[in-house]
Design a protein around this ligand. Structure first.
Ligand SMILES: [Fe+2]
Length: 346
C-alpha cells in the first residue's frame, strides 16, 4: 500500500494507493491543498478513484466536490450525509474496491450523525470519532454523546488492538497511534460507564471552531466559500498597483475611468481625484447609464480590494473588456499617504 499524509494546520488528509494497480482513494481532502493532492498522486504514480469524507466537517472546507469536478471521480460519504453532491453513499460494512485494496466503512455516529471510520489492511481512518488522546466533540450540529459512546466502545475500539489509528485531526504532530494504545492511555476513554462518558462529553465547554457557519454551509450544500468566490473573480481580472494609479493621476494623463464602488458616505468622505461613484450594489442595474463605452478602460476600486475584484469580474462578464481592479483599496491608499478628495462627485 502506498500511503501519504497531508497535514493542513491540525487537519489530516490521507492518500492511500494500491501499488499493483495504481488506484488510489483520498480521504478528507482540504480545499487549500487541492493542487498538492494531485501532485502527490502523480509523484507516486497513482490515479485517484474515490474522494472520501469521513463526515460533514465543521472546521475545515472539504475539497471533495472541487476535486470530483477536476478528476471526474465520485465523492463518497456515509449514507446519512446531507450533502447533495455525494455520488456514492456507503452503509456500514460496505467496501470500496481500490485496486487490490478493500476499504471498509463502519458507521460511527456521535461526532456527527454521518461519521464513519474506514478500515484498510492494518489501519483505521477514524475521522473525528477517535483522535490521538481524544475523541471528536459532540456539541456541534447532529452530534450525540450517547451515539459516540456506542460507536467507540461497541465499534471502533473493538478492532484488533494492533490496528493503527489515523485521525482527521492531530495537533501535536504525532503520525498515528494504535487502538490498544488509545484504550490504555486516551483520557476520554477511561470513562467506561455510558452515563459518565456522556456527562464528561456534555461538560467540555469547548469554543466554537472558526468558520463553522461557512464550513457547514459549504460542506453540507456544495456551495462556494467566500475565498472561492474571490479567487474565481480574481482569476479573470487584471490588476493595477496603487503606485501606478497615483502616477497616472499625478501626470494628468489618466486615460481611463476611475470607478469608486463603495457606499456614498465613504465616497464623499474621501475618494481618488476624478473618480466616479457607482456603488457595487447598483452596478448591474446602472451600468447602461453610467458606462456608455464598453471599450474604455475602467479602473475599479473599493475599500479593501475585495469588492472591487468582484465588481471588475462582473463588468468583464458584462462585456467591459477594459475593466481593471485596483490591487489594494482605499485603506491601503490612505495608509500610503496618497491624496484623497472629499465631497460629492463632479
Ligand atoms: Fe469534524
Amino acid at each position: 500500500m502506498l500511503f501519504e499524509t497531508v497535514a493542513t494546520g491540525g487537519c489530516r488528509s490521507y492518500l492511500i494507493g494500491c501499488e499493483e494497480t495504481c488506484a488510489a482513494a483520498l480521504i478528507d481532502p482540504e480545499l487549500s491543498q487541492v493542487d498538492r493532492y494531485a501532485v502527490l498522486a502523480a509523484r507516486d504514480g497513482l490515479r485517484i478513484k474515490y474522494l472520501v469524507d469521513t463526515h460533514t466537517h465543521a472546521d475545515h472546507f472539504s475539497a471533495t466536490q472541487q476535486l470530483a469536478r477536476q478528476l471526474n471521480v465520485p465523492v463518497v460519504m456515509h449514507g446519512s450525509s446531507p450533502a447533495p453532491f455525494v455520488d456514492l453513499r456507503l452503509q456500514s460494512g460496505e467496501l470500496l474496491v481500490v485496486g487490490k485494496l478493500r476499504i471498509q466503512a463502519m458507521h460511527t455516529p456521535g461526532h456527527t450523525r454521518d461519521s464513519m471510520c474506514l478500515t484498510v489492511e492494518d489501519r483505521v481512518f477514524t475521522g473525528d470519532t477517535l483522535l490521538i488522546g481524544g475523541t471528536g466533540r459532540t456539541d456541534l450540529p447532529s452530534g450525540d454523546a450517547g451515539a459516540l459512546y456506542e460507536s467507540l466502545f461497541d465499534g471502533v475500539l473493538r478492532l484488533d488492538p494492533s490496528t493503527k489509528v489515523f485521525p482527521a485531526h492531530e495537533y501535536k504532530g504525532r503520525a498515528h497511534t494504535t487502538i490498544g494504545q488509545e484504550l490504555a492511555e486516551n483520557p476520554r476513554l477511561q470513562k467506561r460507564d455510558r452515563g459518565a462518558f456522556i456527562e464528561m462529553m456534555q461538560n467540555l465547554n469547548l469554543t466554537m471552531p472558526t468558520h463553522i457557519t461557512e464550513a457547514l454551509r459549504t460542506n453540507m450544500t456544495g456551495g462556494k466559500t467566500v475565498a472561492q468566490m474571490l479567487a474565481e473573480a480574481a482569476a479573470i481580472v487584471p490588476f493595477m498597483s496603487l503606485a501606478e494609479l497615483k502616477a497616472c493621476i499625478e501626470s494628468g494623463k489618466c486615460d481611463f475611468t476611475v470607478l469608486d464602488v463603495r457606499e456614498r458616505d465613504a465616497f464623499e468622505e474621501g475618494h481618488v481625484q476624478g473618480a466616479r461613484h457607482l456603488p457595487r450594489g447598483q452596478l448591474e442595474l446602472r451600468v447602461n447609464q453610467e458606462l456608455t463605452d464598453p471599450t474604455r478602460r475602467i479602473l475599479v476600486y473599493c475599500e479593501f480590494g475585495r469588492v472591487s475584484t468582484l465588481a471588475t469580474a462582473t463588468l468583464r462578464q458584462m462585456g467591459f473588456r477594459g475593466a481593471v481592479a485596483l490591487d489594494g483599496g482605499m485603506k491601503a491608499w490612505r495608509e500610503a499617504g496618497y491624496t484623497l478628495v472629499a465631497g460629492k462627485e463632479g
